[in-house]
Design a binder for this molecule. Sequence first.
Ligand code: PLP
Length: 301
Amino acid sequence: MSDLSNGAAWMGGRIIPISEASLPVTDWGLTHSDIGYDVVPVWNGAFFRLDDYLDRFMASVAALRMQVGMDRQDIVNALHAMVGASGLQAAYVAMVAARGRNPIPGSRDPRDCDNHFYAWCVPYVHIVKPEIANRGTSVWVAKSVRRIPKDSVNPRVKNYHWGDFTSGLFEAKDNGFETTLLLDHDGNVTEGPGFNVFALFGDRIMTADQGVLHGITRQTVIEMAQERGLRVDVGPLPVSAFWQADEVFLSSSGGGVIPVTRVDDRHFSNGAPGPVAQVLRRDYFDWLERPEYRTPVRSPR
Ligand code: PLP
């Protein structure tokens, strides 16, 4: 068996090293970014909230009108087999449905394509390095781009249309910031590359409802905050109100709750992680261990 400790992929029923996983250049997944995907974390040998991630993935596949020839249980089995074979105890696990190749010469009809499923896993990814997240990160509000409108590409279907995020990331890096967040065309805060955004006003937490992926970590934050007796409001978050927040933080399957100490030239919570963000960050790592959310990865046969 080859070394899978750097990551593995499941493609067409075969488990292979991540370095050998590739797609044909004519796959519409590449030529049209025509892909629905999801990413579930594995932490300490178990998937976290696997059913919730699968619900979202299956809904994305249906919304994209793809038929990958595998049902939910087949997909679960593929994920277990792949992660189990990799031996990874903490992993970023991607499941992907791609439009595939169109076997009919000259056809531009999406119904003709051979949709397919594949999966891959690599060691756990923190979207912001833990040492930076622990002391609070910096976020740049993108100026040259707005989030792709929700009636153009549905942000609730997790997708590869990252042109807006990538432009925002270049701006952020050019200005010395860690990451970027995007506004919608009405000036509301939406989301960033791989995360949802939260703002705290007193004992009330706010996050966007429209124009964003409904993150599983966002949902976990809502539940953790409610358990802590905080009020959570889900609705439009105008950037004008956002500037008045007591605290700002991000949520992602890649690292949980990430405190933000600076957005553009504005410092939040005196330039240190806010107390609520810190509590929720710790809570998240506790929740990763809660038995009711854990599905231990099956050992390989
Ligand atoms: N928004 C976008 C655009 C994302 O890509 C992601 C995750 O990768 C998120 C939000 C956060 O979602 P989750 O908490 O399910 O990881």
